[in-house]
Design a protein around this ligand. Sequence first.
Ligand SMILES: [Zn+2]
Ligand SMILES: [Zn+2]
Length: 353
Amino acid sequence: MKALKFNQVWNVQIQQVEPLHCIESDDVVVDIAVCGICGTDIGIITGSYPVAVPGTTLGHETTGVVTQVGSHVTRFQIGDRVVINPTYSCGHCRMCQTGNPNHCEKKLGTEAGVSYDGAFAEQYLAKESSLIKLDDHVSMEAASLTEPLSCTLTGVDKLGITHTNIRAVVAGAGPMGMLYLWALHERGVKAFIIEKNPSRVQFAINNLPAECRLYTDFDEALTQEYGDKSALIDLCVDTTGQLTEYVFDHLAAGGKLLNVALKDKHANLDILKIADKSLSVIGSIDSLNNSFERAYAMIRDGVIPAERLISQIFDFEDYQQAFLTVGCDIAAKAQVPLSTPNCKILIRLADFK
Ligand SMILES: [Zn+2]
Ligand SMILES: [Zn+2]
């Protein structure tokens, strides 16, 4: 079967590898339908997020069809359409036992698309416990956003939102920013979103939740929304990692800054203000407290319009074009500006309905 292998920074290619088989009794082999491109994949390829093990198949936002089941699998049959939770946790290590399974100490070697062969491939070897069966009306494409939405719900949970009448902003209108905007909206918080990149703006502007506005400049947004560019905000989700100091200085007392950008960047923050203004600076990654199951239910029920956030779908052999769309020019080994309106990009491995 074919798989997109990460060999080293800027060295990724489709390779022919051995077909997969169930090994343990709770294994399930899934033939992949679609798999989304994530910022993690881009960081791995470009070297800015050096976490992946060379030789690993990339891809972790994925759906497909069950084609083999282990001897003790009871919940799935051949032909079932499924979404795959790519994040493994052992349940036994200190992190798992202290309520942080998203930081499981066994993750090295088990994280799909990073240290365990992922789903930019014709087949994926899953555990029964990591699968959810898709309802008939849910498309493979929509359900592939379950994983990024799950990460989003984990972050929203950590914000501990107790008021809806707050000043909230999401920075960055890529897939994560848009999912945060929609997830906050679902919790009753009408945030505005900041995005400077014209390609992101062009896509996002037509796919905002009701009563949410998009701005290209933070000062302009504060002026338009609250009449004063020095207005203070209660909550900011920063998906860019570029605005920590700016946002920190614009937080109202009790304000919260959630950073979800995996960027190697440092910021100077005034510790005194954290206590004196009761501020919260929060980080979040991956899935927690059944966020994966909750994310699937929200997509299934149309609470989050996942399909609207998919801007392009590419065939597997056109993977270089797919990555180029998100500014990752594999052939030239360089990051390039975005040139087409885009948000979530999917790669289609097989034409399963
Ligand atoms: Zn991801
Ligand atoms: Zn663990």
